[in-house]
Design a protein around this ligand. Structure first.
Ligand code: ADP
Ligand code: MG
Length: 284
């Protein structure tokens, strides 16, 4: 279970924490992520910042967001990923995409910082007062499937619609269970033009038919998810393997390179500022 931080002593904080635990517990039933909940990382993040009261608000909101780790943009080494335009990412960090209910896609091979950037934007959004929820796609689909079995799918979808920013990580790593694409579509459709999302994937859009095991569902998903969308493609090597790149066989390295979409993906970007004056949207 989540541990109560020592300094959450007053009634207000206790109440807020109870709410956080209750909400977090919904997801914890699906996977035991609570054990690795980054309370210490939150403390470190907030150590030298803001007032005590503001710290408490952020701490509770970060717990409720279920971020798998606390990451910051300051901790991201942009020089390691030259294909990534730092200005585009810093523009996203101003969070106007949340007010516009847009979808941000981070695409790229494993280890290129997709989760880091989505978590950092999540932290930024929490600090700015937005409600945020982070989940890997597999956990999200499991939660929806469980709710469907228990006859509470509508409530579950309403739960995930409550957050102004929903971050769905790791699309494409694991095959989606049969029917999972349909459930995810119902959620995406419910949030469409009503709430912002960040999605991360190691697979190009043309492969979503395979990812979701159903080309019709994948097309319907992409229809919603590419309208009012910002696509950030990272083409580089894995930060995880940076000290061991020479040990990784060439074929493994080249297999890790994201296969480009030929259908739905927008034009490939190579870390330059957008040609259209900063409106780096897929459409809309
Ligand atoms: P992905 O989600 O693309 O597979 P992650 O974001 O999980 O990759 O990155 C893997 C690890 O490397 C994480 O611990 C992340 O914080 C770190 N990392 C990745 N890219 C960078 C970078 N450019 N600068 C600093 N840390 C990075
Ligand atoms: Mg990741």
């Amino acid at each position: 279970m989540l541990l109560a931080p020592d300094d959450l002593g007053d009634t207000l904080s206790r109440q807020a924490e109870e709410i956080a635990v209750k909400i977090a517990g919904v997801a914890a039933a699906d996977v035991d992520r609570a054990a690795r909940f980054p309370v210490e990382a939150i403390d470190a993040l907030l150590a030298e910042e803001l007032t005590l009261r503001e710290n408490r608000r952020i701490k509770i909101a970060l717990m409720m967001a279920r971020l798998s780790a606390i990451k910051t943009l300051a901790g991201f080494d942009f020089s390691f990923q030259p294909s990534l335009d730092k200005n585009r990412v810093m523009a996203l960090a101003e969070l106007a995409f949340i007010d516009r209910n847009e979808v941000v896609h981070f695409l790229g091979p494993p280890g290129t910082g997709k989760s880091h950037l989505s978590l950092a934007l999540g932290v930024q959004a929490v600090k700015a007062g937005h409600s945020v929820y982070f989940t890997p796609l597999s956990d999200l689909v499991s939660a929806l499937a469980k709710a469907e079995r228990e006859g509470s799918l509508r409530e579950k979808i309403r739960f995930f619609c409550r957050f102004s920013l929903l971050i769905v990580d790791e699309i494409g790593y694991l095959p989606v269970v049969p029917g999972g694409g349909n459930l995810f579509f119902q959620l995406v459709n419910a949030r469409y033009e009503k709430g912002a999302m960040i999605l991360t994937s190691n697979r190009g859009f043309a492969e979503w038919g395979d990812v979701f095991g159903d080309p019709v569902v994948a097309t319907a998903l992409l229809d919603r998810l590419l309208h009012h969308a910002v696509v950030v493609q990272i083409e580089g090597s894995s930060y995880r393997l940076r000290e061991h790149a020479d040990l990784v066989p060439d074929n493994v390295r080249s297999n890790a390179v994201l296969r480009q979409s030929t259908a739905a993906a927008p034009p490939k970007r190579r870390g330059r500022s957008p040609q259209n004056g900063g409106a780096d949207h897929a459409s809309g």
